[in-house]
Design a binder for this molecule. Structure first.
Ligand code: KG4
Ligand code: ZN
Length: 344
């Protein structure tokens, strides 16, 4: 019998049904993008309220697409960390309600580990451990050494903004919509990535596997609105905008690649997986694959639908269910502060 997974860490309400052999029978994601677009960032209270309205219909839709009823569910999994506390609690409450009424196990899983597990779902046993894992999203930019799906050692991460957050801010500066990543990617297609030389902070520092994106964000801001000049200049358009988007995208991806390569060199690891919303970016996906080929490293990239937040990656809970584990109804959330301080 399959597993029902629930995901409400940030601004996506999601549910999925995954079988024991890791087949995804359904994966439903209700995006709240339209609710947060006018703020160009996630408003925690708005997110929590939207989760309350959407969680039950989303679960019912996931069960219906999978062709099963609630009583056919063998266990329930829910992302409990990291995330916005109000958002996490809605998913946890729904999961506990189902586990309590059906008398089935409940497993709390880590959203970050789950982002990387998306590669396991997509590539099955071909994905080998140990492996280097890059999580690049709106809330996180971190590198891990994974001994197995559940054993991760953090090698480093951003010291300021997450890369997705930088994409969102760049899009806002260029007068594009939210979330910014897909807009930057689209506009950058017509631009010259060498038009502007934007900074790649820490990229040449061989001593640390860390990232920094706030300087890149500021550099773009100064190109769009030079310091000391008027604040209310209209956003750039046409070729100028395309060149700025392409130069920004190239700088962000170069910064990531430099540290992925450093992590591969330091660990000597022969396997690399990526996950999180920014890993839907074509330039990142292609650059990572080229890096893997050049270094003789096997690269695992999830399909775009498994990159951005979804509940199918909650299939990671099978790794614990197979060991007979059950977190029980005392399960609680462990909110991370990094998402709740997400800047606009
Ligand atoms: O993983 P995700 O859905 O949510 C978090 O865990 O944060 O990631 C969302 C982030 C947003 O910042 C969005 O702009 C970025 O992923 N993103 C992209 C692309 N698609 C989504 N960034 C660059 N290129 C894309 N194609
Ligand atoms: Zn995420």
């Amino acid at each position: 019998m399959p597993l029902l997974a629930i995901e409400t860490t940030c601004d996506e309400t999601a549910a999925a049904v995954i079988t024991r052999d890791r087949a995804v029978l359904s994966s439903v994601v209700a995006s709240q993008d339209e609710l947060h677009a006018r703020w160009r960032g996630v408003v925690p209270e708005v997110a929590s309220r939207a989760h309350v309205e959407r969680i039950i219909p989303v679960i019912d839709e996931a069960l219906s697409i999978a062709g099963i009823g609630r009583s056919d569910v063998e266990a329930v999994a829910v992302a409990v960390t990291p995330g916005l506390v109000g958002s996490l609690l809605i998913g946890l409450s729904a999961a506990k309600g189902i586990a309590a009424t059906l008398g089935i196990p409940i497993i709390g899983y880590d959203h970050i580990a789950a982002h990387l597990y998306a590669c396991r779902l997509a590539h099955g046993e071909k994905m080998k451990y140990p492996c280097i894992g890059l999580v690049a999203s709106g809330g996180h930019t971190s590198l891990f050494y994974l001994r197995s799906p559940l054993e991760m050692e953090r090698l480093g991460g951003t010291i300021d903004d997450a890369v997705g957050e930088a994409f969102d801010k760049a899009a806002s500066l260029l007068g594009l919509g939210y979330p910014g990543g897909p807009h930057i990617e689209r506009v950058a297609r017509g631009g010259n990535p060498k038009a502007h030389r934007l900074p790649r902070p820490l990229a040449n520092d061989q001593d640390r596997i860390d990232f920094s994106f706030s300087g890149l964000k500021t550099a773009l801001r100064y190109l769009v609105r030079p310091p000391g000049g008027p604040e209310n200049v209209p956003p750039p358009v046409g070729q100028q905008r395309a060149d700025l988007a392409a130069s920004f995208q190239q700088a962000a991806i170069d910064s990531i690649l430099a540290k992925v390569e450093l992590a591969l060199i330091r660990t000597g690891c022969g396997s690399l997986a990526i996950g999180g919303g920014v890993s839907a970016n074509t330039l990142l996906r292609e650059s990572i694959k080229r890096l893997g080929q050049a270094r003789g490293v096997a690269v695992f990239v999830p399909p775009p639908s498994l990159c951005t937040d979804n509940a199918a990656m909650g299939g990671i809970a099978w790794e614990r269910l197979e060991r007979g584990e059950d977190d029980g109804l005392d399960l609680d959330v462990v909110p991370g502060t990094d998402r709740s301080i997400r800047r606009k």
